[in-house]
Design a protein around this ligand. Structure first.
Ligand SMILES: C[S@@+](CC[C@H](N)C(=O)[O-])C[C@H]1O[C@@H](n2cnc3c(N)ncnc32)[C@H](O)[C@@H]1O
Length: 396
């Protein structure tokens, strides 16, 4: 079967872990770029990428790339693609735009040019006219702009892969699921050690950790744009699903998602239930500054509030400092990773990070900071046992 070029996009900072995932699923000529991984594979690899990649946002199939210094050039570039192979006259399309090109002040204009080129080509060749459907198009088209240039791709998944299909309920600041999974992979999490998220919010780390630990493919039960394409092979999709299902196992170690906000706990329970991982994640009330990891050698992952609004950051300094104190007291050969989106606040943790990996949480440049908590070695500050609430206790 023919192999073709594929591109998996991701949050910046996750390229290396995503490249590792692509290699594991059989991608060929794998090359990490900026916010993406380029590789080659057969149709089955494309399907497997959509269902199985944890850190990826989109799976793109490039169809045209070249100069786009003005409207005419972009129109010609888009018009060269054999859209009639993908889109029937009654079919629907949508154009999603990423990147920037000063010839197209706003991305809506660039999207319009590509849409016109596709519609005109189908009309000339077939006499029919495809229409736009922004929600569930047969063919989602991804336009990536660079200065003077553009790349046009088919978007095989459609809805971004971070939407796992269990329709998580939002909270005040839920992490993107693909980013959460990528951060866990950067922390070398494979399910073989206990995991605690003491500021679990809507349970995103918990859900992704459970899927990694049980080897459940994140896109196993969602739908994809490629299922609406004329050349779709349902037999291959069924085979890939079966192969992925066969990999599943029970989670070998405990996973705990805690929060001090009862509303967040309620949403986390709903989300984990919808994701089908309730049995692997304990959702418990708890104060992060009194956290107790669920076992020796635990991995602790924390996405604390950043305090984006004026005045909030000052108030959060005390929280970061108390978190640092608690981590110092934990030891137990645990490892903590904190997603820090505010440099000043991260200094208040008062611990030296052994790694600081730049990652982007949407537009916010963050550091994924690692702290090694050796037994007894850095025991400083207060240790107030009256504050300590174990996960089991909190559950009662
Ligand atoms: C940025 S949100 C985490 C979002 C989470 N990663 C998700 O995907 O939903 C921070 C969470 O920390 C919780 N939180 C803040 N201070 C806390 C504390 N002292 N103890 C426990 N939870 C706390 C908040 O209730 C909020 O849910």
């Amino acid at each position: 079967m023919r192999t073709r070029e594929l591109v998996a996009t991701c949050s910046r900072g996750l390229e290396e872990v995503l490249a590792g995932e692509v290699l594991d699923l059989g991608g060929l000529r794998v090359e990490a770029g900026r916010g993406m991984v380029r590789f080659h594979g057969e149709r089955q690899t494309m399907i497997r990428s959509c269902l199985g990649l944890r850190a990826a946002m989109r799976i793109l199939i490039p169809v045209a790339s070249g100069s786009a210094g003005d409207r005419e050039q972009l129109y010609r570039l888009a018009g060269r693609v054999a859209w009639e192979d993908y889109l029937t006259p009654g079919g629907t399309l949508a154009v999603n735009v990423a990147g920037r090109n000063s010839a197209f002040g706003n991305t809506v204009f660039a999207a319009q040019v590509v849409k016109d080129a596709v519609v005109d080509r189908i009309r000339q060749r077939t006499g029919g006219r495809p229409s736009v459907d922004l929600v569930k198009p047969h063919v989602p088209i991804h336009l990536h702009l660079r200065e003077g240039e553009a790349s046009i791709s088919l978007d095989a998944a459609g809805t971004p892969l971070s939407k796992r299909g269990y329709r998580p309920k939002g909270g005040p600041a839920p992490l993107n699921s693909a980013l959460a999974a990528g951060l866990l992979l950067l922390a070398d999490y494979d399910g073989e050690r206990p995991l605690l998220d003491p500021m679990g919010g809507t349970g995103t780390f918990g859900a992704e950790a459970a899927m990694i630990a049980t080897r459940m493919a994140p896109g196993l039960y969602r739908r994809f744009a490629f299922e609406r394409w004329p050349d779709h092979r349902q037999d291959l999709l069924v085979k890939v699903r079966r192969d992925l299902e066969a990999l599943q196992r029970p989670a070998p170690c405990p996973i705990v998602s805690a929060d001090h906000d009862p509303k967040a706990l309620k949403v986390a329970k709903q989300n984990l239930g919808a994701a089908g991982v309730t049995q692997w994640v304990d959702v418990v009330p708890g104060e992060a500054t009194a956290m107790v990891p669920p076992g020796e050698g635990s991995l602790i992952v924390i996405n604390p509030p950043y305090g984006k609004r004026l005045g909030e950051a000052g108030a959060l300094k005390g929280l970061y400092s108390a978190l640092g104190d608690r981590l110092k007291a934990i030891g137990g050969n645990s490892t903590a990773w904190i997603l820090a989106g505010n440099r000043e606040l991260s200094k208040s943790i008062g611990l030296k990070a052994s790694r600081r990996i730049p990652v982007f949480n949407g537009p916010i440049e963050c550091r994924w900071m690692r702290f090694d908590l050796y037994e007894g070695s850095r025991r400083v500050g207060r240790e107030d046992n009256s504050l300590v609430m174990s996960a089991e206790k909190a559950e009662e």
